[in-house]
Ligand binder design. Structure first.
Ligand SMILES: NC(=O)c1ccc[n+]([C@@H]2O[C@H](COP(=O)([O-])OP(=O)(O)OC[C@H]3O[C@@H](n4cnc5c(N)ncnc54)[C@H](O)[C@@H]3O)[C@@H](O)[C@H]2O)c1
Length: 262
């Protein structure tokens, strides 16, 4: 699908990988609907992008909040006439926590629920609520393509480190649901693709601190550096444009396999 003159809903769209994706799709002529909990930055990004961008303050762990953002997007789509071409579900958190800590305290359920409700439930809920507006699209290709769903997993889905129980569970689930999602949606001509990045520059990885970041870069094969958000966005663009990409998880990781601990 060509992104031009289509609307893409991007959660986590005002920072890091989501923002780079928004900028790239926007530069290709797409309309971008940015959903994020961070309202201050949202207004600035929309001002920067100008036309063809809207921001909806959204908490993806709150189903009503997603509903309102989709309603707002659909209203905008009615004005522009640019159908929803897809969703990029980028909102995510990486809150760490050992299953049992040094004080012999087990991982709290509130911390587990926090990560799962954003990374897993929030991703599925966003997709679930957007789909009725994609299944009804006029096909955009001779094959009958109507849309594309792009999700973000992580290296942690395959080689999660110590302290990544909740995060790895959420990202492993995203990887696992990619194929059944593609299968459910194939009759509508909607594809589902997941990207599993290793270490990429973003606000999330800024919080790791320079020492941890350096030790992660050391275990990369080639190139020995964190990925740039623009390199991630380039793969998203390919996922949007290449109809043969479907039901798969693409590792974008410089051959990095994360060690148990740093
Ligand atoms: N950067 C990496 O190295 C890396 C590696 C693997 C996977 N990922 C995944 O990529 C995605 C994007 O992460 P990033 O690195 O760009 O981080 P980031 O912190 O720069 O961006 C994440 C965005 O999600 C938003 N967000 C958080 N909770 C939200 C909520 N409840 N509702 C709506 N928005 C919410 C944040 O405000 C932020 O704008 C995440 O799912 C992350 O797990 C990142």
């Amino acid at each position: 699908m060509k992104p031009e003159n289509r609307t893409f809903i991007i959660s986590g769209g005002v920072s890091g990988l989501g923002l780079a994706t928004a900028r790239d799709l926007h530069s290709a002529g797409a309309y971008v609907s940015l959903l994020d909990i961070n309202a201050n930055v949202g207004a600035t990004i929309v001002r920067e992008l100008g036309e063809r961008a809207r921001f909806f303050e959204t908490d993806v762990s709150d189903t009503k909040s997603i509903e309102a953002a989709i309603k707002g997007t659909v209203k905008w789509v009615e004005e522009t006439g640019k159908a929803i071409g897809g969703v990029v579900a980028g909102a995510g958190v990486g809150t760490p926590g050992l299953i049992i800590d040094k004080k012999n305290e087990p991982l709290s359920l509130s911390s587990l629920d926090f990560v799962l409700s954003i990374n897993l439930r929030g991703t599925i809920d966003l997709i679930r609520q957007t789909l009725p507006y994609i299944t009804t699209n006029k096909p955009s290709s001779p094959d009958g393509e109507r849309g594309v769903i792009i999700m973000i997993s992580s290296s942690a889905a395959f080689d999660g480190q110590m302290g990544q129980i909740a995060y790895a569970a959420s990202k492993g689930a995203i990887a696992s649901l990619t194929l059944p999602l593609a299968r459910d949606l194939s009759k509508y001509g909607i594809r589902a693709v997941t990207i599993a990045p290793s270490l990429f520059e973003s606000n999330m990885t800024k919080m790791l601190g320079p020492k941890v970041k350096l030790s992660l870069e050391k275990v990369m094969e080639f190139p020995k550096r964190a990925g740039q958000p623009e390199e991630f966005a380039r793969l998203v663009r390919e996922c949007v444009e290449n109809e043969m990409l479907n039901g798969t998880v693409l590792r974008l990781d410089g051959a990095m396999r994360m060690p148990s601990k740093l």
